[in-house]
Design a protein around this ligand. Structure first.
Ligand code: ADP
Length: 261
């Protein structure tokens, strides 16, 4: 028996994950891990598979091959006797509860108030009382600077405010893992800063594991401790942000960064 301590179980693990849409192979046997508490940013050209990775973790897409584990638990299927066995919806939902996602297009429920958006899942999925969920939602609205907006409807708010509500809504589920998918891409440049400010605060004041897709390289540099450069569904280079943004080794990374920086 080994005397070495076991390596900690990663928050997210992809083992030989294969994903295609029709003929288009988007992820070709991808392997990577995100350690608990890590802040990992995925960068790379449009179409390289970054969003697909987040959608797979969120079970909005399903892998065609390979395995995804969350805290060591298989997400959607396991291999038994050489065969793929789908896990029950109940298991999937249990694992998914630990994961929050913020989308480019906010995805708030337009017919609900801000408060209703925030308490919907904590009440119906986590089983919190309405009173506890409301108290927690108020704390979170305060944290994202929208304490006075709980009765507003999403469409009465600016894009930046809607995105801050979406961040608060994700945090209301107390996620262990937060997935951020180009959360500022749909915003006017002058309000990008307010949303990134909220996320910097979340990163500084929580230990939530984060997997981030962004074109905001300064944000990636400030918040992440690891950056993965993708191209055509494979990891081209992996480094700490300082190295990635000042001394990348691969020509493809240099070409990409010189186009976006
Ligand atoms: P990125 O986030 O790096 O821009 P994506 O993961 O969004 O890349 O997309 C990777 C590839 O998968 C692209 O070629 C895209 O057109 C394709 N793709 C993504 N989602 C779908 C889908 N639902 N149906 C068909 N093709 C898709």
């Amino acid at each position: 028996m080994s005397t070495l301590p076991d390596a900690p179980t990663p928050a997210i693990r992809f083992d030989d994950v294969h994903k295609r849409f029709g003929e288009n192979v988007v992820l070709d046997d991808l392997n990577f891990q995100v350690a608990t508490g890590d802040r990992v940013t995925l960068i790379g050209p449009s179409g390289s598979g970054k969003t697909t990775i987040l959608r797979l973790v969120m079970t909005l897409e399903e892998a065609d091959g390979g395995y995804i584990y969350i805290d060591g638990e298989p997400l959607t299927h396991v291999e038994r006797g050489g065969r793929r066995v789908e896990l029950k919806e109940k298991h999937r939902n249990e694992v998914r509860k630990r994961i929050g996602m913020v989308f480019q297009q906010f995805n708030l429920f337009p017919n609900m108030t801000v408060m209703e958006n925030l308490i919907e899942a904590p009440v119906h999925v986590l089983g919190l009382s309405k009173r506890d969920a409301t108290a927690k939602a108020r704390e979170l609205l305060d944290k994202v600077g929208l304490a006075d907006k709980e009765d507003a409807h999403p469409l009465q708010l600016s894009g930046g405010q809607q995105q801050r509500v979406a961040i608060a809504r994700a945090l209301a589920m107390d996620p262990e893992i937060l997935l951020l998918d180009e959360v500022t891409s749909a915003l006017d440049p002058e309000i990008v800063g307010e949303v990134l400010g909220v996320l910097r605060d979340v990163a500084a004041t929580t230990d939530i594991t984060m997997l981030i897709v962004t074109h905001e390289m300064q944000f990636a540099r400030d918040v992440s401790n690891r950056v993965l450069m993708f191209d055509h569904g494979s990891i081209v280079e992996e480094a700490d942000p300082e190295t990635m943004f000042t001394a990348p080794k691969e020509q493809r990374t240099r070409d990409f960064l010189s186009a976006v920086l």
